[in-house]
Design a protein around this ligand. Structure first.
Ligand code: UFG
Length: 342
């Protein structure tokens, strides 16, 4: 019997890539999204890549508790992957209540519906943001979490805690995996799905690709006076397809009953830091394009350097990042060119 996975926020950047990998691994997927921060491009792209014209789509706001319960009643859900959340750090500082309400309420409703249905495996999309500015790098899952630097980051910390508490009190009905993502970048090699930022991109790679294509005049590099080898921040840039595959390993581990604890946490990163300058140089080199750029003041809230020790995910889940950064940056560029009709 095929297992069914509900992917909340399944039409977004990460959700659509995860849906492809789950389908290719033999899972049935129900995509659920309210399209508040994306359009149907990626959902349509997933159908093309997988050949699943009949891919179930539920247009739902997970802040609606009754609708969430009805959705859980409609399908035989073996696992839920929860992506449905707001994700812009700066916006969360300006609109904290909106972020707490949306990101916490939707997750609470999912957990409640899952529990009322009799139980479920829950995968929560957490973030390296929970490590804040770490005292030492790379960070392992045992590295202490730091107070969040934004309401967005705080919702990740709080949802991690909520999952722990809910699983503990569920008398075995709920089990959970927390995946802490580092910096997901790139696009599917088919160029049928990728990142679709609304307005001016906050994240580095979409800003690079939009500048390279001429949509933006100049990339600002936020800070070149950090205590790093070249003065720019260092991050663990993880290919979106590699990251998506980590979800297949995690879901399989849950549904096959291979977990060693009721809640497990894994870093999803490469273990290799790239500075902002290194990434920019690599992008220009592999794609043969120039990206106008200049140094600008530091961006408030940025950490100096964070990258993963992915050993636990490598050894316990059997997952490892495999796509070379060159392929990732080529895919990001191919996607931007496709969007521009080039
Ligand atoms: N950067 C620039 N110019 C830009 C955009 C980004 O120089 O136009 C720099 C940033 O200053 C930072 C690096 O590129 O040093 C990466 O920035 P991103 O915004 O791409 O990614 P962050 O590391 O800030 O954010 C990521 C996720 C967030 C998460 C955060 C903390 O996108 O969701 O990590 O873990 F909260």
């Amino acid at each position: 019997m095929k297992k069914t996975v509900l992917v909340s926020g399944g039409a977004g950047f990460i959700g659509s890539h995860v849906t492809v990998e789950l389908i290719e691994a033999g899972y049935d997927v129900v995509v659920a999204d309210n399209f508040s921060n994306c359009d149907r491009t990626c959902y349509e792209g997933v159908k093309k890549i997988t050949g699943r014209e009949d891919l179930p789509l539920e247009v739902i706001d997970f802040c609606d508790a009754d609708a969430t319960k009805k959705l859980f009643a409609k399908y035989p859900i073996d696992a839920v992957i929860h992506f449905a959340a707001f994700k812009a750090v700066g916006e969360s500082v300006a609109k904290p209540l909106m972020y707490y309400k949306n990101n916490l309420m939707s997750f609470l409703n999912v957990l409640e519906a899952a529990q009322e249905k009799g139980g479920c495996n829950v995968l929560f999309s957490s973030s390296a943001t929970v490590y804040g500015e770490p005292d030492a790098v790379p960070v392992t899952e045992a590295t202490p979490r730091k107070p969040a630097m934004s309401p967005y980051g705080n919702t990740k910390v709080m949802c991690e805690d909520i999952l722990h508490d809910a699983v503990k009190a569920s008398e075995g009905k709920l089990k959970g995996i927390l995946l802490r993502y580092f910096n997901p970048i790139g696009a599917h090699p088919s160029a049928l799905i990728g990142e679709l930022p609304r307005g001016v991109p906050n994240n580095l790679v979409p800003f690079i690709t939009q500048t390279a294509i001429g949509k933006r005049e100049c990339l600002n590099i936020f800070g070149n006076d950090y205590p790093t080898p070249d003065g720019t921040c260092q991050r663990d840039f993880i290919d979106i397809v590699d990251l998506a595959r980590a979800h297949v390993f995690a879901v399989t581990r849950m549904v096959e009953g291979k977990m060693k604890k009721d809640v497990e946490t894994f870093n999803v990163g490469t273990g290799r830091p790239y500075s902002v300058m290194e990434l920019l140089n690599a992008f220009e080199k592999v794609n043969g394009v120039k990206v106008p750029h200049k140094f600008a003041p530091r961006r408030p809230g940025d950490v100096t350097a964070v990258w993963a020790d992915p050993t636990l995910a490598n050894t316990e889940m059997g997952w490892k990042a495999t796509r070379p950064i060159e392929e990732t940056l080529k895919a990001a560029w191919a996607w931007e060119c496709k969007l521009a009709g080039k």
